[in-house]
Design a protein around this ligand. Structure first.
Ligand SMILES: NC(=O)c1ccc[n+]([C@@H]2O[C@H](COP(=O)([O-])OP(=O)(O)OC[C@H]3O[C@@H](n4cnc5c(N)ncnc54)[C@H](OP(=O)(O)O)[C@@H]3O)[C@@H](O)[C@H]2O)c1
Length: 430
């Protein structure tokens, strides 16, 4: 075997601990695949006491995490701390400037600073690798970069946040409201104490920006992703979606059009029997559509110690073997400035749930507004209800421009006989 591949590991939490356990468990086969011994020479985190239960081997505990990047005895820094700024960013930048390879699971860091880090990597002949940053254990970046590299990517669409998918699935299966399921997910450790990154769609947007960058040869453009979360989804919407033959999923979608790229993270209705409709609980799934291959589905665990470690270690093995690749699929100099289409340019079928006063003529008001905006209605659901529940009307439209729908929504919101803000969800063909 050739000389050892020497690693410094920063962050010993869920993922860092997982990496140490999998490296210890599968050492022999990992080293056979890497073609050399993988040696963890140094580790660092905030609290040394937490590290004591981990299989640290001969790794040295280091107090100042940032100093890992400047050690002479390290070939590769593995950053598993998190956050777009602060220690993680400092460590990543310094490691690359020192010519050390960088492996990270940090989507926020790559979505924000990916292009600058990729440039530093090239300048200092180091590899930047971040397979674990998108969809945890699913090797989706590898698939885009290698197995599907011959395709013009028409669309990438995925369930990219396991916490949201867990909540939406539990709401559907158990008939419970959002707040109730979220509280339970927090108690079980599936959702953070501050869940906003997950449930407001930010985490999925980081991942989508990275996916779109690889699919379309551009640097990640987080600020141009249209983002909506799932806080406003109610049990009524889940039930109406089921009645229509759909499921509600938070999807990250990037599509290529003649005049640019559309990127959005939105809760939407997908057919119940579609691969994404059938993806339940904490699972992630990414559907890639290439002009030559058609649709390819990758599904698996998008988070957790083992799945995320699986992706981190695949990057370590590839670099230890001597593989090198452009971080965003094309050389940095070839990364293009693609036009990003505004959300108003989108068109799809829409689901609208209207809470209405129980009076004659309400439906006539609604259909007049639709007619004025040239929105054609595909179906309407209105159930009988008792005095304790408000009257609800659900409208499904034919394909309509987002701009027309937004104008119609503003007019509907102004009707006195519509008693709550209308609920609008997009319907996706996946
Ligand atoms: N968890 C997952 O399933 C998953 C999946 C995909 C990607 N990721 C990404 O992987 C990264 C790590 O996530 P995680 O879930 O493993 O997080 P975690 O369990 O919270 O662990 C974070 C680790 O970083 C250390 N740390 C935090 N701030 C630090 C600082 N200022 N200086 C030094 N060390 C510091 C913590 O030390 P102490 O514990 O001592 O405070 C801990 O060891 C994040 O970028 C995350 O987005 C996670």
């Amino acid at each position: 075997m050739s000389k050892n591949f020497r690693i410094a590991l920063a962050g010993l939490g869920t993922v860092g601990g997982g990496v140490l356990h999998v490296l210890a468990r599968n050492r022999e086969l990992i080293e056979a695949r890497a073609g050399c011994a993988i040696e963890v020479v140094a580790v660092s985190a905030r609290d040394r006491a937490k590290a004591e239960a981990l299989p640290l081997g001969n790794a040295e505990w280091v107090e100042g995490t940032a100093s890992l990047a400047t050690r002479a005895d390290v070939d590769c820094v593995v950053e598993l701390i998190g956050g777009a700024e602060g220690v993680a960013h400092e460590l990543a930048r310094t490691a690359l400037q020192q010519g050390k390879h960088l492996v990270t699971a940090n989507k926020a860091l790559i979505a924000r600073h990916g292009k600058a880090l990729a440039e530093q990597a090239v300048d200092h002949r180091a590899q930047l690798a971040f397979e674990a940053a998108v969809a945890g254990g699913i090797p989706v970046l590898h698939a885009l970069r290698t197995g599907l590299a011959g395709n013009d990517m028409l669309r990438v669409a995925g369930i990219l946040n396991g916490t949201c998918n867990y909540i939406l699935t539990a709401m559907q299966k158990e008939g419970r409201e959002f707040d109730d399921v979220l509280a339970e997910a927090q108690a079980k450790g599936y959702a953070e104490a501050d869940p906003s990154f997950d449930i407001d769609g930010i985490d999925a947007a980081h991942k989508l920006a990275i996916l779109a960058a690889l699919a379309y040869g551009m640097s990640p453009q987080m600020d141009t992703v249209h983002v909506e979360g799932i806080r406003h989804i109610t049990q009524s919407d889940i039930r109406y979606a089921c009645e229509l033959g759909y499921r509600i999923r938070l999807l990250g979608i990037a599509t290529q059009h003649k005049d640019g790229i559309a990127q959005r993270v939105v809760p939407c209705l997908v057919p119940a029997d579609s691969p994404l409709g059938l993806t339940e609980g904490v699972f992630n799934a990414v559907q890639i559509e290439g002009d030559a291959v058609g649709r390819v589905l990758l599904q698996g665990r998008g988070a957790g110690a083992g799945p995320t470690a699986s992706s981190v270690i695949s990057d370590i093995i590839a670099i230890a073997r001597g593989e090198r690749w452009p971080a965003f699929t094309v050389a940095n100099a070839a990364l293009q400035q693609r036009a990003i289409l505004p959300m108003n340019a989108h068109h799809c079928c829409f689901y609208l749930r209207l809470t209405v006063a129980d009076e004659p003529g309400v439906l006539a008001d609604v259909t007049r507004i639709f007619a004025d905006e040239a929105i054609s209605v595909r179906s309407i659901i209105q159930h009988t209800h008792d005095a304790s529940t408000p009257a609800q009307v659900v409208v499904v439209t034919h394909e309509t421009h987002e701009a027309a729908m937004q104008r119609a929504l503003a007019k509907l919101d102004g009707l006195t006989r519509i008693t709550q803000k209308p609920m609008m969800l997009r319907m996706e063909t996946v």
